[in-house]
Design a protein around this ligand. Structure first.
Ligand code: HEC
Length: 112
């Protein structure tokens, strides 16, 4: 039940974000949303603090949008990019396509 309420709130947040112009409050909401998506989908392998290496995956704070798109959706890298690891352990998480802007905002904000 709790989880349903949370998803409802996330859906509303997405709607609100879709209508806005991108001022500071909306940026804050996007970062917050990205943090929740990251906690739920990435932090089992990458660290809770994305600028640190995680138990399985490398530090990914500040990752470029193109990198996130390639790696998260297709388990690939953008042309010319040198991966931090030469393994291919990560599974693609293509269902997160619509969340990439939020994940990107969160990781950009965490790169300090
Ligand atoms: C099952 C564990 C696992 C999960 C879940 C996972 N990753 Fe990864 N990730 C890895 C590993 C391991 C690597 C290192 C390359 C490889 O082996 O695939 C990696 C590499 C990456 C890279 C490339 C880093 C670089 O610069 O070379 C990015 C970006 C990334 N992950 C983002 C994410 C995001 C965002 C999520 C959540 C949506 C996520 N990962 C979920 C394990 C995971």
């Amino acid at each position: 039940m709790r989880i349903r309420i949370m998803f409802g709130a996330l859906a509303l947040a997405a709607l609100a974000l879709g209508c806005g112009e991108g001022d500071g409050d909306e940026r804050g909401a996007l970062i917050k949303r990205g943090g929740a998506v990251y906690d739920a989908n990435c932090s089992a392998c990458h660290a809770r603090e994305p600028h640190e290496p995680g138990p399985v995956g490398p530090a990914i704070a500040g990752s470029a949008f193109e990198l996130l798109e390639a790696k998260v959706l297709r388990n690939e890298y953008p042309p010319g990019y040198t991966p931090k690891r030469d393994t291919l352990v990560m599974i693609p998480l293509a269902h997160l396509e619509t969340e990439l802007p939020a994940i990107h905002a969160f990781l950009e904000n965490a790169d300090r």
